[in-house]
Structure formats: C-alpha cells, structure tokens
Design a protein around this ligand. Sequence first.
Ligand SMILES: [Zn+2]
Length: 123
Amino acid sequence: MEINKDHLSEEQIQVTQFCGTEPPFSGKLLDEKRKGEYICTVCKEVLFDSTSKYESGSGWPSFFDAAEGKVSTRIDNSLGMTRTEILCKNCSSHLGHVFPDGPKPTGNRYCVNSLSLDFITHE
Ligand SMILES: [Zn+2]
C-alpha cells in the first residue's frame, strides 16, 4: 500500500521515518487529557486510547497499553542501549519505545513521540 506522506512536517518525517526523538516536554500531546483516540500521524490508524494514557514523568506521552494488533516491536541497539522500538504495524512509522516499567495492569510503558501521533477527541 502506498502511503501519502506529503502532509508531514520536517520534524514529523525525522521522527516517523528516521527513528528520531522529539525533545522531552516539547510534545503537543504530553498534557492532553481529553477522552479520545491517538492515531498514526502518517496513515491514520488508531494506535492508542486515552484510557491507557498516564503521566509517567518522562516528558513524552505515555501509555500502559496499545490498541490490540496495531503496534509492532523490534529490538533497537542504537545509542549503546538495548531498547524495544515500537512502530505502527500498518505503515512501519517509528513511534517510540516500550519499557517494562509501566503501571498495572500491563506493566508496560509505551513512550511515544507526539510528532508520531494525531489526537481525535470524543469530547
Ligand atoms: Zn501508521
């Protein structure tokens, strides 16, 4: 499937296509607290729900769970660390990383760049 990327900003391309990271506490969705869905900014697939979002203190939007079957993972050994990268399963855009230090019930922390997401509120 050919995915149109013409709508992306330079910053969004850097993060989603080249595994970039936005500066902590810079993201537009960090303090978003309304009910709604977080979608892939590239292909518009629903990836996270507001019910899974929580304040992790990390400086990036954080979720303890992802939409079932919508997020894929791969091992990332860059920067001298072994981390688990998360990607949009539909279009392979980089989202961020998942860490095993999240809250119950999953124990996972999906640490996601605001630049990889768009938000659709139900309110
Ligand atoms: Zn996508």
